[in-house]
Design a binder for this molecule. Structure first.
Ligand code: HEM
Length: 160
């Protein structure tokens, strides 16, 4: 039962990370960009609102994945003598994608997002908004790609 709950949380984390990322970056963002074709996005734009909310959403989901994944391994520690050869090689490949996803998402949430937050307090940063939003789009897509690959390797691992 405990395993089912932990894997449920793990899979829900994956669903939120990939679902929110794909919906936001591949579906909503192009629509939001269409509305801004006359000018660069500012801090009142839909693009800004979307990226401002999406970055911490994906980061939280990735944190949930990391904690639930580590907890699952700790919970099943004594079973690890029965694992097939090569299990940890596949886990290692998966963790490379996890590290990449974590890095991109953390950079987006803790470096890029604060750079264009509270514009009313520091209006001189307003001109950086379009450039930073573009970077957030790129790092968001990189995080989404890494999480999606981690999902694939995770599913492969569970059936190995
Ligand atoms: C971006 C982060 C991650 C994603 C998207 C992800 C995704 C997944 C998926 C989709 C599964 C398959 C569940 C199933 O079909 O039953 C899985 C299983 C698993 N994950 Fe993750 N995971 C992530 C991070 C981690 C981390 C950080 C760890 C541990 C260090 C971890 C350890 C595991 C383990 C032990 C399993 C079960 C494998 C088995 O049944 O033998 N995951 N993961």
């Amino acid at each position: 039962m405990a395993n089912a709950i932990i894997i449920f949380i793990h899979v829900m984390g994956a669903a939120v990370a990939v679902g929110a990322g794909a919906f936001g970056l591949l579906f909503l963002l192009p629509q939001a960009r269409l509305r801004e074709k006359d000018g660069a996005p500012d801090e009142t734009s839909l693009t800004y609102l979307l990226m401002d909310r999406l970055a911490p959403t994906m980061f939280t989901a990735i944190l949930v994945l990391v904690f639930s994944g580590i907890y699952y391994m700790m919970e099943n520690y004594t079973d690890q003598v029965n694992l097939r050869d090569g299990y940890y090689n596949i886990l290692g490949v998966k963790l490379l994608f996890v590290v990449a996803a974590f890095f991109f998402s953390a950079y987006q949430t803790f470096m890029l997002k604060p750079d264009i937050s509270n514009i009313d307090l520091q209006p001189e940063r307003r001109q950086r908004v379009p450039e930073v939003l573009k970077k957030m789009e790129t790092t968001g897509k990189a995080a989404l790609a890494a999480v999606s690959l981690a999902v694939f390797v995770g599913i492969y691992l569970a059936r190995y």
